[in-house]
Design a protein around this ligand. Structure first.
Ligand SMILES: C[S@@+](CC[C@H](N)C(=O)[O-])C[C@H]1O[C@@H](n2cnc3c(N)ncnc32)[C@H](O)[C@@H]1O
Length: 357
């Protein structure tokens, strides 16, 4: 952050400069502290979720003292934590009573269908264990940790990561399923790296004749959805046989975790596993179709760094993905943006002629 523009701007997350603060920042009178404080803000959020502050305030708006009694926590420290959460946009305060904002009700209460609480440990570990090694990743141009191998050896981290991806999928799956091309008379979907299986299950609900197979690493399938027409298969999409005869292959949030060689190999293997005319549907972020705005651009760049430091993948342009699809034998790659799905957009293409790699 080098100018008067806010780090995060808007009514729900209202940490922004007033004109005086903005001038102090622009003239470099004040040090650029927001970036350090953002990290501390993550810890405030994690602590609040862990202490069940949001769950308690969902039950009943409360003063700091009242909340401290309910949760058996220190009232003076709790008061400051609540003020911080209000400043960050997660709480509202009126007459000394704190209540949830829509943001915290939607994302940080445990019972919300889109709760991110179980996924907070993943972000805490990402910020505290993986990102401190960013300088190494930038110096060497390679990831500091084989992230998915780490998940396979760390059940708690894997659970938290899967919970995070499942919460986002629950939000996005209905809009996404509406525009995924599926054969009228049934068919078989291969959900590559589908973990929780929620994108497949949404398709199964919409199409009674359809079957789906989720292929993912063993830990990732631990908490997968259950459905009579859903098969869970433990294995590696890079090395194991994908099978054949599929009509649709989903690659949701997979391509950004792979380097170019892995993407090329996977696209070719998926092309060979699909029936002629079958479709590949990639759900990912594309740099060249990003929502305009400095905050969106910066968040995408941070995400890009995250993929590079953790997996060796990266954010790509849609045009680049389309080129790689054509090289693997796919035709007519199209870009689709499902409504209400701000983080995942689609690239859809059909296979021309299956060719075994
Ligand atoms: C970012 S998550 C995406 C999960 C889901 N598709 C979604 O969009 O919510 C990436 C998934 O790919 C899986 N994965 C990574 N490498 C894999 C491999 N070599 N074989 C099978 N699955 C893999 C991970 O276990 C994880 O579940």
């Amino acid at each position: 952050m080098g100018s008067a523009a806010p780090a995060f701007y808007g009514r729900r997350v209202p940490l922004f400069f007033n004109p005086l603060e903005a001038a102090a920042h622009r003239l470099s009178i004040a040090p650029p502290m927001f970036d350090y404080f953002n990290t501390l803000g993550l810890h405030a959020l994690v602590a609040a979720a862990r202490l069940r502050v949001f769950d308690a305030l969902r039950e009943r708006p409360s003063t700091a003292d009242g909340l401290a009694t309910t949760l058996t926590i220190d009232p003076r420290t709790a008061e400051v934590l609540l003020r911080v959460l209000a400043g960050l946009g997660y709480l509202r305060v009126k007459g000394g009573r704190y209540r949830l904002t829509r943001t915290s009700r939607t994302w940080f209460t445990t019972d919300s269908p889109t709760s991110l609480v179980a996924g907070l440990e993943f972000w805490e570990r990402t910020a505290c264990v993986i990102w401190p090694r960013l300088a190494e990743a930038v110096r060497d141009g390679s990831p500091v940790t084989p992230f998915y191998e780490l998940l396979e050896s760390d059940a708690a981290l894997s659970r938290s990561f899967q919970a995070w991806t499942a919460a986002l999928a629950r939000r996005q799956a209905p809009a996404t399923a509406r525009i995924i091309p599926v054969p009228r008379d049934g068919g078989h979907v291969l959900d590559v790296g589908g973990s929780h299986g929620l994108f497949s299950v949404e398709l199964l609900h919409r199409h009674p004749g359809l079957r789906a197979t989720v292929l993912d690493l063993p830990q990732a399938l631990e908490a997968a959805a259950d459905h009579p027409r859903l098969t869970l298969r433990a294995g590696s999409f890079l090395d194991d046989d994908l099978g054949e005869g599929y009509d649709v292959a989903l690659l949701f949030n997979i391509v950004h975790g792979l380097d170019d060689q892995e993407v090329a190999k996977l696209f070719a293997r998926v092309a060979a596993a699909l029936n002629p005319g079958g479709a590949i549907v990639i759900g990912d972020q594309f740099r060249d179709s990003l929502m305009p705005g400095r905050a969106s651009r910066t968040l995408l760049d941070l995400l890009d760094l995250n993929y590079r430091v953790a997996t060796g993948g990266r954010v790509r342009d849609f045009r680049e993905v389309a080129r790689m699809l054509r090289a693997a034998g796919f035709d007519r790659p199209r870009h689709r943006r499902p409504l209400r799905s701000v983080v995942t957009e689609l690239a859809v293409a059909v296979v021309k002629s299956p060719s075994r790699p």
